[in-house]
Design a protein around this ligand. Sequence first.
Ligand code: 2PG
Ligand code: MG
Length: 425
Amino acid sequence: MVKIVSVHARQVLDSRGNPTVEAELSTSRGHFSAIVPSGASTGAHEAMELRDGAKEYAGKGVLKAVENVNSIISPKVSGRDFFSLDELDSFLNSLDGTANKSALGANAILPVSMAFCRALASHESMRLFEYIGRVSGTKDFVLPVPFLNVLNGGKHAGRENDIQEHMLVPSGFASFSEALRAGTETYHVLKGILRKKYGGEAALLGDEGGFCPKSASLDDRLEMMGKAVSEAGYSGEVHIALDCASSEFFKDGNYNIDGKEYTPMELVDFYAALVERFGLVSIEDGFAEDDWSGWRLFNSRMGKKIEIVGDDLLVTSVSRMKAAIERKACNALLLKVNQIGTVTESVEAARLAFRSQWRVMVSHRSGESEDSFISDLVVGLAAGQSKFGAPARSERTAKYNQLLRIEEALAETGKAKFAGKGPSA
Ligand code: 2PG
Ligand code: MG
């Protein structure tokens, strides 16, 4: 049981220079804070992020959400004992009273939930990942295979009708730190290839720290990534994955990539050919958020061969996941805490995925902050995969650096297990 002494929220800035909410929660043990992230290619079914819509910050201010913490949540929880995170999160949900957190805003509820999770860990004298492990019933902690978004496209690079994320997947290593090193070295080799081929501007960075070569087609991008992997000396150990974010280029039942139209059936063939040519190991949001038949078609054709990840499709919601499980629409969950709005519901989503033999990838948002909560979350859940952007820009490296710290802490007890398959895989 922990007594919340006070909660205070403030408006701070995220990595895109947009306002976001930070909450600071105090207990007898100290002060615990958390900052919420924010997406650009958001799913229609996500929990609601409250924005002011006023003149300041071009409508993007979050003072209403801040006010909801300070005048509605804080008076109700301050001075009160909570036995568990679940109890606080249920209380916050009932205070909101809507299905998508639209009354208080997910950006008001989530930072309080995250900060209280930190407080509970401290009261138990546990590290955050250990505490999350206890809440979620994890037996053995696992360091994730990092999915590094090295080429940014789509909304994260100011483009339309474009694949959004092109990721390196360093899985064939014995430890997380070796995987991160190999991925980062490959990132730098890729930078050299891009500069040589397209000039210096091609190596400018997008929202998630990946390069944005303006004139490189999808084929060019994937070829350059393959070349970078082999020049870095990691063929067979570093693989390639995509997040298409296809809801962004879906219109009237068809998909438009780079000016070319595809029916869902043609898109399945298109992806299957990419898998064949570039050895892709994972494709996220290959189909739009409500194109269930497209998802089913793709999963029945490719689901045994590659990982098929639902992001906008699932929005970290147990009810959307249940529909996807029943329809056999995908085989992996992308877990984003702000899509659902509490830590407890995020843990529930992960547990449902595990029970359904799905994989779980814990993900950042394109608008991030220095908060590294999700690094502890991915290890605490033993999710096995992380998607935290490129190994560049501090809002991304904050997460990788925290994973390095956790790896070191676990190594001291001989338990720094890595989710990758090791050098021979
Ligand atoms: C995604 C995310 C994170 P955004 O689509 O998976 O990479 O992007 O946060 O813009 O929704
Ligand atoms: Mg996505």
